[in-house]
Design a protein around this ligand. Structure first.
Ligand code: NAD
Ligand code: DAU
Length: 345
């Protein structure tokens, strides 16, 4: 079995490759990644000498290169993680989001049609459903919830989902889609809430909470997401969407406080909560995400294994033990981004 994983030098893609290499010792994995600011080859360094792994630095929008690769490797399965993934960057500049997230997806699916595959899996997001009100805790996103996007990021992901469904219906491409809630865990890029707060607290920098910090996200440990995708690509029904989430809703401010308390407890910070700074809210900021995972549980038997209380401790420990990984990032181009995003906020 040969699997092409796109975006495998990023957060979830790299965790997925590690999971698949271990869970399926007879599979060959080919990672295509453009190595944008969010891609980090050092993450995949432990796999570089494996005969079951190949890394290809390429843009999924490059049709000729993608076709060449399919011709050489004849993959059985393609799992598409490659994307521009940060909402704030999409608000600053939508264009690259449309390019990678929409055009890139269509190029990959065209290659699948041309060379033949058994499964194309599109890694999507719960953000395609828009948001839920804070005063209706009884409401959840199901696979039937209408698509109703808020940001250029979520709109580009929704467009990709619609294209995937169109390729299924028009060309009978064997497609599945998964829509997951917010992930956290090792190798999460420092621009995102949890790693940003851990790293800023360790460096004694302000902890920028957007608005009141009352927005709710439904957090899932990244390994649980990877296991869910493994199940969907092998046992999921073609043409179906599967929502992935672990019923773990938390307000942003509570997450930030919890990180501060854990770092204080470990003796890494001293009253880190004093660094919390409320800053101008994100434009069009979604209030609440909450996934109903009934379908993937009842059809495929998936349940999350890591409780948030354990997962967040493991994650904080990982950032403490892997300072070199994130320090290299925050010393680079990230500084310019950080200044632009938070300088005058
Ligand atoms: P990430 O930003 O950490 O990684 C994205 C990776 O894609 C990077 O390695 C980058 O170099 C690569 N990439 C970007 N453009 C490319 C292109 N044109 N060609 C080839 N490679 C390219 O993202 P992530 O958080 O790991 O998210 C992965 C996928 O999961 C995305 O599709 C995202 O929409 C989806 N998702 C993320 C979350 C989350 O909480 N992070 C939740 C649900 C769904
Ligand atoms: O729900 C799935 C989505 O989760 C994925 O599709 C996206 O790729 C992923 O980036 C994530 O999107 P969010 O916008 O929810 O994640 P982010 O970490 O950027 O922000 C989480 C919440 O924290 C959000 O309400 C905004 C807030 N926030 C974020 C940052 C970076 C802050 O308050 N301060 C910050 O500095």
């Amino acid at each position: 079995m040969t699997i092409i994983v796109t975006g495998g030098a990023g957060f979830i893609g790299s965790n997925f490759i590690f999971h698949m290499m271990e869970a399926h010792p007879d599979y060959r994995i080919i990672c295509i990644d453009k190595l944008t600011y969010a891609g980090n080859l050092s993450t995949l360094a432990p796999l570089m000498n494996s005969s079951r792994f190949r890394f290809v630095k390429e843009d999924i929008c490059n049709r000729e290169a993608v076709y060449d690769l399919f011709q050489q490797e004849h993959p059985d399965i393609v799992v598409n993680f490659a994307a521009e993934s940060h909402v704030d960057r999409s608000i600053e500049n939508p264009e690259i989001f449309l390019q990678t997230n929409i055009i890139g997806t269509s190029v990959l699916m065209d290659a699948c049609r041309k060379y033949g595959i058994t499964r194309y899996h599109q890694v999507s997001t719960d953000e395609v459903y828009g948001d839920l009100p804070l005063d209706r805790p009884d409401l959840f996103f199901t696979e039937e919830t209408p698509i109703h996007t808020s940001s250029p990021y979520s709109s580009s992901k929704a467009a990709a989902d619609l294209l995937a469904m169109a390729y299924r219906r028009t060309y009978e491409l064997p497609v599945t889609i998964s829509r997951c809630s917010n992930n956290y865990g090792p190798y999460h890029f420092p621009e995102k809430l949890i790693p940003l707060m851990i790293i800023n607290a360790l460096n004694g920098k302000p902890l920028p909470v957007y608005g009141e910090g009352l927005n709710v996200r439904d957090w899932l440990y990244v390994e649980d997401h990877c296991k869910a995708i493994d199940l969907v690509i092998h046992n999921g029904r073609v043409g179906e969407v599967y929502n992935i989430g672990g019923h773990n809703e938390m307000k942003n401010i509570d997450i930030v406080r919890l990180i501060c308390q854990e770092l204080d407890r470990l003796g890494k910070t001293d009253n880190a909560e004093r660094l919390i700074t409320h800053v101008t809210d994100r434009k069009g900021h979604d209030m609440r995400y909450a996934i109903d995972p009934t379908k993937i549980h009842s059809e495929l038997g998936w349940l999350p294994e890591t409780k948030f209380a354990d997962g967040i401790k493991k994650t904080i420990r990982w950032y403490l033990e892997n300072e070199e990984w994130w320090d290299n990032i925050i010393r680079g181009e990230y500084q310019t981004y950080y200044e632009r995003m938070y300088g005058n906020r």
